[in-house]
Design a protein around this ligand. Sequence first.
Ligand code: AMP
Length: 302
Amino acid sequence: MALLSCATNKTGTVSMPNSIATITTIDDLRKTVCAWRSAGEKITLVPTMGALHDGHLSLVKLAGKTGDRTVVTIFVNPAQFAPHEDFDSYPREHEKDLELLAALDVDLVFMPPRVEVYKQDFSTHVTVEGLSEGLCGASRPHFFGGVATVVAKLLNQCRPDVAIFGEKDYQQLLVIRRMARDLDMNVEILGGPIIRETDGLAMSSRNAYLTSVEREKAPLLHQTISAIAKALANGKPLDPALKDGCKSLGNSGFDVDYLEVRNADTLALIEGPVHEPARVFVAAMLGKTRLIDNVAVTDAEK
Ligand code: AMP
């Protein structure tokens, strides 16, 4: 794709000084991707809320291998935050994000303002029953409706061939895949593996909230679920494995929201003998920061 000039062009596409094309309106997004589609090019979408880290960038790199054109969206979606949550303080680092994306094979960044996504009398919401109800859906009942609604909109706006989501938010990945299937959206939903810091902490934009003491403790979350996965893979019974995990997290100052083993395809709760495909899921508050993580039982070192 030819790089665009520094000023807004006819379609409203704007090129930043680092020469990455950004766009802010649905109309301009449609015009651009329509031209690509007419040329027979395969389009891959990577939705994000910005404050990008290597986890996001891994999905963008995967997109580069999946299709001919990569569109990244940056939109902090108000619909997935409850009033008491961190919508206002969520990190917004647009300049840095664009610099990171400019170093990759990204064709377009879609950064709509809130009014472009949610008109004043917006009144339609997508609910994915079942899959949205346990795990994060139990303590954040607004969350998956907000995610499904905005992702449905982004998929309609861009009409990509493929959309990529991280396994870091495993439940979200399954919810979106089910929504796309149920609503006959002609898109393949791909999952990308969890990218971790060297000490095992899953990368997250919210890790920036951690104090230095909390940051030192944070890897215990991954260590705990990995130990549980390993114990289960070695035939240890579920109950004591989960109890030990909860205890060690509690002793280190985590306030555990859930620590569960579920079927990796259906998210059905596993309470007895563990059969593959199974995953260990955890969410916990560490101070004011909510951390989530998950690991496949087969991923564990035996
Ligand atoms: P977010 O900006 O937090 O909404 O995340 C945007 C996308 O990046 C989602 O599909 C996330 O699952 C994915 N993602 C976030 N953190 C990671 C990570 N550590 N590894 C892989 N994917 C991630």
